[in-house]
Design a protein around this ligand. Structure first.
Ligand SMILES: C[S@@+](CC[C@H](N)C(=O)[O-])C[C@H]1O[C@@H](n2cnc3c(N)ncnc32)[C@H](O)[C@@H]1O
Length: 191
């Protein structure tokens, strides 16, 4: 993966933190759309929380919800911990293999991350394991950006078609798909 794109996949150092601030603003429409799809669920895990802005938005709307987040970037973990203090339980963890028990969450959400997953089937199987049987995966992505990552790294989830195909291969069901900004889409997926 080229060095610039890999900074989005694992923001590191001062440059990574600056990119995190840019993503907070440029991903806001996706964050709002994901929030609208949550529908008051109780236990929520965000994969790849970045600066923590999406979890902060959720905590303001759903004060009763229990919020969790995982990310592979230590710099993003430190940034998000300052922003969220005790509003969410955050940890450094790769979404391909977590320590959460089976059926831990009502919803798993992820914005602007799926095109970095090296083995998308492994990640989707892990999401399925840790989500309750009637729970949901809410996945938002930017197709312009996803395409660049795909060209650089060859990862699998980079268009509406490939995401739909990978979801079906994983035995999940696409319940709803909606646009929320320029080349930005939210998928609501049944586990
Ligand atoms: C482009 S940023 C998006 C950040 C945030 N979701 C937002 O909307 O602003 C992608 C984030 O996913 C994290 N990430 C990438 N691969 C990951 C993985 N395998 N497991 C957990 N987090 C991951 C990165 O460290 C980074 O913080």
């Amino acid at each position: 993966m080229n060095r610039f794109i890999s900074q989005f996949g694992k923001p590191t150092g001062a440059f990574g933190r600056a990119l995190g601030r840019i993503m907070t603003v440029s991903n806001r429409k996706m964050h709002r759309a994901v929030l609208q799809e949550l529908g008051g669920v109780q236990r929520i895990l965000e994969i790849g929380f970045g600066t923590g802005s999406q979890l902060e938005m959720i905590s303001r709307s759903y004060s009763g919800a229990e919020l969790f987040g995982i990310d592979i970037s230590e710099d993003m973990l430190n940034t998000a911990m300052k922003r969220l203090t005790r509003k969410a339980k955050l940890s450094l963890c790769d979404c391909a293999k977590t320590d959460f028990q089976d059926g831990s969450f009502d919803a798993v959400i992820t914005t602007d991350t799926c095109y970095f997953w090296q083995d998308s089937q492994k990640v989707l199987a892990e999401i399925r394991r840790i989500t309750k049987p009637r729970g949901r995966l809410i996945l938002a992505y930017n197709s312009m950006y996803a395409d660049s990552v795909h060209k650089s790294a060859g990862t699998a989830m980079y268009s509406d078609e490939t995401i739909t195909r990978e979801i079906e291969r994983a035995g999940m069901k696409l319940l709803k798909k909606r646009r929320c900004g320029f080349r930005q889409t939210v998928f609501v997926i049944g586990i």
